[in-house]
Design a protein around this ligand. Sequence first.
Ligand code: NAD
Ligand code: LMR
Length: 337
Amino acid sequence: LFDSMAKDPVRVLVTGAAGQIGYALVPMIARGAMLGPDQPIILHMLDIEPAAEALNGVRMELVDAAFPLLGDVVATTDVTVACKSVNVAVMVGGFPRKEGMERKDVMSKNVSIYKAQASALEKQAAPDCKVLVVANPANTNALILKEFAPSIPEKNITCLTRLDHNRALGQLSERLKIHVGEVKNVIIWGNHSSTQYPDANHATVTTANGEEKPVRSVVADENWLNTEFITTVQQRGAAIIKARKLSSALSAASAACDHIRDWVLGTPKGTWVSMGVHSDGSYGIQAGIIYSYPVTCDKGQWSIVQGLKVDDFSREKMDATAKELVEEKTLAYSCLN
Ligand code: NAD
Ligand code: LMR
């Protein structure tokens, strides 16, 4: 305990903390799953007034769990207090879609939240605060946050597509009957929506003798990678809603921890992950949108993996999901006006 308290605490904000992802996420953060087992945390939890009592209940449970890494908890419905000096902001607050809806159907409710919270973060957060937007439509909420918080560096505003990335690894592991840790370097291109492009063309499997083989060379039916694999990952969120009558929560919380952990502590050598980041025009994607790319992270900075070969099949899918993001941007602005 004394060793772990040797590091300065990191302030982590979770918005929508009284919701179902929040409930799964805050204990993971307090146990060190996001920033490491020796990093003390001060948790900032924000929700809205109707959820204030539930939020206080979560705060009580955090106290009752006696987490050694948890230095303090700020539970509030005041966005200014919530954002004060935070180093990491995980933006979960908003409304989830229900069965039969697309993620962009929650646009009008959610983008205005991100416009409003952008200025609080800009004014209150620590100067190098890293922001992860989870609430849907995640890429477009992140874009709105970026545009209404111009003093936050673009590189610090990201959205969650790690859940889709992990889902793709999970599907390959089940299909190939190998442990998920033996598969790596899938890519989610584009939007966290049903147009996303889960791409296994560069994915590899590590064999028992440590050799890395392309997934394409070990999968029995290659056509599966161009068909069912893609649609299963694209539709996984909807399948969870159908089964649980609620959208994914534990897997989303776990993916949010993976996203921040790799961003802050670095990706393992030879491994990339997918993150929704500000496009610089890489791979011919319109600059300025928040697009999911393969990235590696080092010393707290992500960089897009360059030079991957893109065939015609991939090109078409990468462009289709970019087109949807450009349309979502227009729709978002029409909701704000
Ligand atoms: P939920 O309804 O259980 O919780 C959301 C919480 O946000 C609620 O407690 C609500 O009161 C709060 N909230 C609403 N407006 C707020 C505001 N202005 N400020 C602060 N808090 C506010 O929903 P959930 O299941 O936890 O999902 C949260 C969001 O995450 C949804 O938009 C969902 O679609 C999205 N999601 C994204 C991914 C992803 O991979 N990117 C995965 C799963 C869910
Ligand atoms: C998910 O991918 O599970 C979330 O974005 C929730 C949803 O609406 O699909």
